[in-house]
Ligand binder design. Structure first.
Ligand code: SAM
Length: 290
């Protein structure tokens, strides 16, 4: 199928109606598709994992640049479309399944073992909005060591949250996690009219360059993220109370106050004012003072 076959023509030809519950807002602007592939910096040495290829509009462009593309699509109705669209490419395959239930480590090692020329792993997606945060958190927390970069279309508000500064209402656990595992950049914004159907909100393309070294030392990464989650769980409360109210931390209020003061902060602060490095200092202090 030719690259200039539009999204609408593709939907009509294959009789596809977008399924709202699956977050199906198909990209209908080839310039935007091209720009995402450009921002992802895809080369012939890359294995690309595409999440939710939809009608294959971006998958085709990725296949033209990448060493190999594996696309994971949940909607069974789209599999014949993808097989047809991708038939001219011998470096692309499609897996039907839920990305949140896919064994991504096994998938990556299988492809890297099969195609020896692949040197890097890049994940791309126009992410379905209903699973944006779980997918990003899962990839960061469980697969950061296997991935080089991730380029995603997300809601503009999510892009803002991922790049927010401490203290503001957009700053949260997602900001801290994204910043710990990666260097996040907002590449460009995409208006609703570039999709079929049009979403109610603006979107942004973001690129996460996975860090080779952590930005700060953590005694226990899981505990650090528990401290971060507890701090943002009750973000209007004082940090000492939020920590003491999280049973999974096992920190009494007095102990929390001492640890906050130990890192040079006033015990009355709210968690949302701490930078990621200060959360690291706090979680290390709690652990070391037990
Ligand atoms: N990449 C296409 C594009 O840009 O036109 C489609 C993007 S659309 C926003 C999201 C896609 O993700 C849909 O094709 C949808 O069926 C698929 N999807 C939804 N939930 C998924 C899941 N849990 N795992 C894999 N794919 C999923």
């Amino acid at each position: 199928m030719a690259l200039d076959f539009t999204t609408r023509q593709r939907m009509e030809y294959f009789g596809i109606k977008p399924v709202k519950s699956l977050g199906q807002n198909f990209l209908n602007d080839l310039n935007v598709v091209q720009e995402i592939v450009y921002c992802a910096g895809i080369t012939k040495e890359d294995l690309v994992i595409e999440i939710g290829p939809g009608l294959g509009t971006m998958t085709e462009k990725l296949a033209a640049c990448a060493g190999h593309v594996t696309a994971v699509e949940l909607d069974r109705a789209l599999i014949p479309v993808l097989e047809s669209v991708l038939s001219p490419y011998d470096n692309a395959d499609v897996i039907q399944g839920d990305i949140l239930k896919t064994d991504i480590s096994a998938l990556i090692s299988a492809r890297l073992a099969e195609y020896k020329s692949l040197k890097r792993v890049k994940v791309t997606a126009n992410l379905p909005y209903y699973i944006t945060t779980p997918v990003i958190m899962m990839l960061l927390e469980d697969h950061a060591s296997e991935i080089d970069s991730m380029t995603f279309m997300v809601q503009k508000e999510v892009a803002r949250r991922m790049t927010a500064s401490p203290g503001g209402k957009e700053y949260g656990a997602l900001t801290v996690a994204a910043g710990y595992f990666s260097d996040v950049k907002v590449c460009f914004d995409v208006p609703p009219h570039c999709f079929i159907p049009q979403p109610a909100v603006d979107s942004s393309v973001i690129r996460l360059e996975i860090r080779k070294e952590p930005p700060f030392e953590l005694d226990d990464r899981d505990f650090f993220f528990k401290v971060v989650r507890a701090s943002f769980c009750q973000r209007r409360k004082m940090l000492a109370n939020s920590l003491a109210n999280a049973p999974y931390l096992g920190v009494a209020r007095d102990h929390a106050v001492k640890c906050i003061e130990h890192i040079g902060k006033d015990a009355r602060i709210r968690g949302e004012t701490l930078s990621p490095a200060e959360f690291a200092a706090l979680s290390n202090t709690i652990l070391r003072s037990r």
